[in-house]
Design a protein around this ligand. Structure first.
Ligand code: AMP
Ligand code: ZN
Length: 146
């Protein structure tokens, strides 16, 4: 499936040029045009899925396998000190291209922009934490802790 108005579908099909660093049957990995750090790459499935909610579960799993390969390559070739995987879903989460993709962002100690993924933590009460846990929990084994 593809979306004719989607820039990443066009990149995946080779209709728009990109700096491709890896390709297999299912994915293309390209350098981000506005990188957070040297080597910032995007793992793009060739099929169009808007986000994590729409992507085929197996393709999502394989995207993580590709992320590991790309991360190891970056570790080998670039002198990286750390690495973030980031994957945005929906405008509220900062997604700007609505074709699933995973960011692989190498990190370098002391880089001026190295803390850009930080946030200010909320202070939730114990009651709020308990309510959230009760609402969200699923698939747990039956132990005393829960
Ligand atoms: P997101 O905010 O997760 O949707 O990320 C979209 C990313 O795609 C941004 O980091 C952009 O810099 C990047 N981007 C958009 N268009 C292109 C393009 N033609 N080639 C490479 N990267 C792109
Ligand atoms: Zn697309």
């Amino acid at each position: 499936m593809r979306d004719d108005n989607c820039i990443f579908c066009k990149i995946a099909a080779g209709e728009i040029p990109s700096n491709t660093i890896y390709e297999d049957e299912l994915f293309k990995v390209i350098l981000d045009l506005s990188p957070a750090a040297k080597g910032h790459a995007l793992i793009i499935p060739k099929e169009h899925y808007a986000n994590l909610f729409e992507i085929d579960e197996e393709v999502a799993g394989k995207a993580v396998q590709v992320a590991k390969k790309v991360a190891e390559r970056m570790q080998e070739v670039l002198h990286i000190d750390g690495l973030n995987l980031m994957q945005n879903n929906g405008r509220a989460a900062g997604q700007t291209v609505f074709h699933f993709h995973m960011h692989v962002i190498p990190r370098y100690a002391g880089a001026a922009n190295a803390d850009m993924l930080r946030y200010n933590p909320l202070e939730l009460s114990e009651q709020e934490m308990q309510e959230l846990k009760e609402e969200l929990k699923f698939g747990l084994f039956n132990t005393a802790e829960q």
